[in-house]
Design a protein around this ligand. Structure first.
Ligand SMILES: [Zn+2]
Length: 116
C-alpha cells in the first residue's frame, strides 16, 4: 500500500517539472528505484495509472530501473554490492571488514522524463 503515496509524490514532481518546461503532455517518466526501497513495480504501475487519469501524465509510460544496493566499507572505503541473501553480514571484499554505510539502494528518484 505504501506505493500509493510514493506515486502521488512522483506524479506531483513530474507535473511541476512539466509546467516549468512548458510540457503539455507527459509521455514517459524514467524512475530509478533502489532495491531496498520496498516498492513493487506492479503496484507502482497500477497506482500510477489510477492517479494519473485526467492529468497531463495520463497514459505516460513508467520506466523503472532498479538500482543495486551499494555499501561503502567503514574501514577502507571500498564500495561493493553486498550479498543480500541469507543472514550473513556484508563483508568488504578488500579488507574483510564487516559493516559499511549505504551509498545507494534506498529511495527513488525521477531520472528523466519525456513530453511534448
Ligand atoms: Zn574494506
Amino acid at each position: 500500500m505504501h506505493e500509493l503515496p510514493v506515486m502521488n509524490r512522483i506524479l506531483a514532481v513530474a507535473e511541476k517539472h512539466a509546467r516549468m518546461n512548458r510540457i503539455q503532455r507527459i509521455l514517459k517518466i524514467d524512475l530509478e528505484v533502489g532495491r531496498l526501497s520496498d516498492l513493487e513495480e506492479k503496484w507502482m504501475r497500477r497506482y500510477f495509472d489510477q492517479i494519473s487519469k485526467g492529468s497531463i501524465a495520463e497514459g505516460a509510460f513508467l520506466s523503472v530501473e532498479w538500482k543495486p544496493v551499494v555499501l561503502a566499507c567503514s574501514a577502507c572505503g571500498t564500495t561493493f554490492e553486498p550479498e543480500l541473501s541469507g543472514d550473513s553480514p556484508s563483508v568488504c571484499p578488500e579488507c574483510l571488514n564487516t559493516g559499511g554505510t549505504l551509498v545507494s539502494g534506498r529511495g527513488y528518484v525521477i531520472k528523466s522524463m519525456e513530453g511534448i
